[in-house]
Design a protein around this ligand. Sequence first.
Ligand code: ZN
Length: 327
Amino acid sequence: MAEPMISYAWHAIQWQQLAQLHEEQRLPHALLLGGAPGIGKLRFARALLATLLCEQPKGFQACGACQACQLHASGSHPDLRELTPEEGKRQIGIDQVRSLQQFTAQSAHRDGGRKLALIHPAEAMNAYTANAVLKTLEEPAGDTVLILLSHSPSQLLPTIRSRCMQMNFPLPVREQALTWLETQLGGGDSAERLLDESGGRPLAALQLFEADGLAQWQRQDEALAALVAGRKDAVALAEEWQEQDSIELLDWWLRRLSSLIRHKSAGQPMTTDIWLPFAVLPDERLHGFMDEVLSVRAKLLRGAALNKRLLLEKLLLDWQSMLRSHV
Ligand SMILES: [Zn+2]
């Protein structure tokens, strides 16, 4: 018998809240789980789906043994659909949403069972697909529960948000996140550093460890310092960086900029000394540059892939000249 999937310990309050609603038979037909990426919302959603599908739940927990649990574990439960962008794509396709509409219009395969659907992340829907999903929210056919997971609920259409019960998932308490991460790493002393670098998000920290991300980030830190010192040129660096996942790269840059701002205003330590010379820049310049990075990020998300190298080059030149013009 497989162990049933349970949510992370730091989500006990949210889990309890849903257990209570379920007991009172007030579980909503549409749930929006919102919070930063890398804190375990997907696992929470899947544990919830397993529990709602289970035919012999123990309290508010899937048994892991009944036929429904086995179907769920093998990924073949007929009353469950998961929508997420197909491999290599950033958006959920309209065909995927159409098949969801058909699914919600049918009755459940298992006797007296529910139909469940999970969409993650919800911001991977464009206005067109989001409107198609809205239609399914407006006409709940029978006992359907739709779970939307979002790393950034404020980006969603207000009409989507207003039709869902929204649950927020804050960052886990540091001690709890650290204990979990240390267990995953099996000791070692890098847990604190990984967690700091990941902004307190334990799953993101583990992923960073697995991808040897600290070394990668250190190379990026050093490259930017070399650029500013005139030991590296923007064109060559843009050439190098265009080979990387540009969204990840820009997210790293944004995190560095916000921790620099926090360092300046609240004296929070930086995870690397390399960035300290940048602290001479005034806050408004740093914020202005963050806006620039955000706008490049948005362009790349919309698929302006052809201009990737040029966009990076422009950012690098602006960053270089900003510090030069200041000193
Ligand atoms: Zn079960």
